[in-house]
Design a protein around this ligand. Structure first.
Ligand code: EPZ
Length: 421
């Protein structure tokens, strides 16, 4: 297995271009099967999760070409409607096929997604919404067996859960509703930029969706959708990760090809720490400081502070002046990175879904282990600033969501190489 070897203490300077958004492209790839003909999707990042989605599309019978950040998906050959466990266990986002399969083929058989290190990852909201639309859902032998032989009928669906809205449940139900008879209302829909990108993609295909970007979506069922060309939005989580790389190393980085307005809550917080971020139309230039203040973070559904930047922000706060309190409201167990950060010299105490971080002067290089995508990025950020050498093992987690991560960091002056464990 691969590992990163990082010699810390180098300030990062230069420019980095952000790749297309993982969390936008995955539901869009699934939704492309709703179209007749060949869909073309641009700005697609070369990530493990994208390759997994391609494997599932191919397994279902679609024809997929992926060349130079552009995907070509021809779904006319789809003749399977199930997703076996071996696909779903590696990537929860494969659940994004549930809505499109039921909408187009009126059936789907899907392995229940397993849990993961960030939490139990239930899908009760997905199932509830599909049942409201008239799908008959059974759970047997770890599989969801969905049947809608009489088609789906538009309904009012309240999609709020104990943790607020659900991103992929909103994506699934929007897709399920596009061919439903009549009008579907989804109240408490997720408003993440990735959900908006999917809604705009569906609308470009001919879907009738109003309230896009709001928690109140209205979808008027149509008969068919046409295939279109689409360009995926930039990855706001990768953007935040590179801004933190500039800030934690007290360097200066211009993060290009990003959408600054997707990061309001994050930029508010890093500015509160005393870091300067100059925003342009499609770039953010971060100028690091030799010290920064502590701040408190509460993760919330968009436009609140994104849970996917919580671990990376925590690495940054470990070196702040003062005490920071991080409360994880989306995935209360999403703290697997805490013990590894403490191995690097951080001083973090966990109390349920809250972490208390007492700022320390420095990190000390050590061997640490990646455990999930965003926790891995947090460990790399810490390693960039640690005295001496840090080894991050199991970096296959990172390959799922960061394109050319070490190359982009090397181009900014980081001493990071890939080795074999
Ligand atoms: C999406 O996951 C993202 N993944 C996650 O990013 C992100 O952390 C999450 O949204 C929250 O923003 C993709 O888009 C591929 P949720 P999703 O349903 O949709 C609870 C990354 O690192 N819930 O919005 O699966 C759930 O337990 C990944 O890129 C239910 O209770 O997350 C959580 O507490 C990690 N019942 C909350 O809702 C359900 O049926 C939000 O989860 C569904 C979710």
């Amino acid at each position: 297995m691969e590992k990163f070897e990082i010699n810390g203490g180098k300030k990062l300077f230069g420019e980095v271009e952000i790749s297309g958004s993982k969390n936008a492209v995955l539901p869009i790839m699934a939704a492309s099967i709703l179209a007749e003909g060949k869909s073309i999707i641009h700005n697609v990042p070369r990530l493990e999760d994208v390759f997994t989605m391609i494997k599932i599309l191919t397994y279902l019978g679609a024809n997929v070409k992926f060349d130079n950040q552009t995907l070509e998906i021809d779904s006319s050959g789809i003749n399977k409607f199930d997703a076996p466990y071996e696909f779903v266990k590696t990537m929860r986002a494969s659940i994004s096929f549930l809505g499109p399969l039921i909408a187009k083929f009126k059936k789907a058989e899907f392995s229940l997604p397993g849990g993961c290190v960030i939490g139990s990852r239930p899908i009760d909201l997905h199932i509830k919404g599909l049942q409201e639309l008239g799908a008959d859902i059974k759970i047997s032998d770890g599989y969801i067996v969905a049947d809608a032989e009489n088609g789906l009928k538009g309904r009012y669906i309240f999609l709020g859960g104990n943790f607020g809205s659900s991103v992929l449940a909103t994506c699934n139900l929007m897709c399920a509703a596009v061919f439903a008879q009549g009008e579907t209302i989804i109240e408490f829909a997720a408003c993440e930029p990735e959900v908006i990108d999917l809604a705009l993609y569906l609308s470009a295909m001919g879907a009738k969706i109003s309230g896009i970007g709001s928690p109140y979506l209205k979808i008027e069922g149509v008969k068919t959708l046409k295939s279109v060309e689409w360009t995926v939005i930039p990855d706001r989580i990768e953007t935040g990760t590179f801004i933190l790389a500039g800030a934690i190393t007290s360097g200066k980085i211009k993060v290009k090809k990003c959408q600054p307005y997707h990061l309001g809550a994050f930029l508010e917080k890093i500015t509160a720490c005393g870091i300067t971020c100059e925003k342009g139309k499609d770039y953010i230039e971060v100028s690091g400081k030799s010290f920064w203040q502590a701040t408190d973070i509460v993760t919330l559904p968009y436009p609140g502070f994104p849970t996917d930047l919580q671990a990376q922000m925590m690495a940054f706060l470990c070196l702040a002046d003062g005490v920071s309190v991080v409360t994880e409201k989306i995935f209360p167990e999403r703290f697997i990175h805490v013990s590894e950060l403490n191995r690097l010299g951080a001083n973090i105490i966990l109390n349920g879904a809250t972490a208390i971080i007492r700022g320390v002067k420095k990190f000390y290089g050590a061997k640490v282990m990646a455990s999930d995508l965003r926790a891995s990025a947090a460990l790399v950020l810490a390693g960039l600033m640690a005295e001496g050498k840090t080894e991050v093992s199991r970096i296959y987690h990172l390959r799922r969501g960061y394109e050319n991560f070490e190359k982009k960091l090397q181009n900014l002056g980081a001493e990071i190489i890939t080795g074999k464990e």
